[in-house]
Design a protein around this ligand. Structure first.
Ligand SMILES: Cc1ncc(C[n+]2csc(CCOP(=O)(O)OP(=O)(O)O)c2C)c(N)n1
Length: 194
């Protein structure tokens, strides 16, 4: 299963949600599908996409937040699962694309490559009730739809191939992205209030 294909599948559903991605390959693949004002491509702060997603979800309970994460990134912030479990934002879906690799920086193997470290098991052990582990596009699509319908904190660990985009390059700087994302949230708030 390829992450780019998974992103393509869920892309139509992302139009009206707050989306936070990790940096690198995942961000590039989403960007290449069509950049949107409601996407925040996290840079530099490796591991913190889910922490930012948690803050957004708690602050904006009427919005849906989708976090697109990677195994290498999650392994840098494993405590995130315990924090998510404790605060249990009902409006957050945390997708971890587990390619067993730090693909964006050269493809070094991560701890999940061996099959010993099981991120879904760690998420369950941390106390998250709804955790799916999937390794096919169909199962991924189903898990995503179920997560949206459930309206409860959901984690999806998707086993994907360690392949990324053929090129890197986004015509969007971090500050511009941050201001644009903030404006999108403000516009949504205004529209909901009127
Ligand atoms: C604190 C920190 N360490 C290292 C990096 C460099 N870095 C950027 S992306 C990345 C790999 C991310 O791996 P993963 O989350 O598995 O995603 P993938 O690249 O495999 O899609 C690394 C090491 C960084 N940005 N910040």
């Amino acid at each position: 299963m390829q992450r780019a294909r998974c992103l393509e599948m869920i892309c139509p559903e992302l139009e009206d949600k707050l989306v936070v991605t990790i940096m690198g390959a995942c961000a590039q693949e989403l960007y290449d599908l069509g950049d949107r004002d409601n996407y925040f491509y996290l840079q530099h702060a490796m591991g913190l996409a889910s922490s930012i997603g948690l803050g957004l979800a708690m602050h904006l309970p009427h919005e849906r937040v989708i976090v697109l994460d990677g195994d290498g990134s999650v392994l840098m912030n494993l405590g995130t699962f315990a924090t998510l479990a404790r605060y249990r934002p009902r409006n957050l879906v945390h997708i971890v694309f587990d390619n067993g690799s730090l693909l964006s920086t050269g493809g070094f193997t991560s701890h999940t490559t061996s099959g010993i470290t099981d991120l879904a098991a760690i998420a369950r052990g941390a106390g998250i009730e709804h955790v799916a582990s999937v390794d096919s596009a169909v199962a991924f699509g189903e898990a995503f739809v179920e997560a949206l319908e459930r309206e409860d904190l959901s984690v999806i660990v998707a086993k994907v191939d360690a392949v990324g985009p053929e090129h890197y390059g986004m015509d969007l700087q971090l500050p511009e992205n941050a201001f644009r994302f903030k404006r999108w949230i403000q516009q949504r708030k205004r529209a909901a209030a009127s």
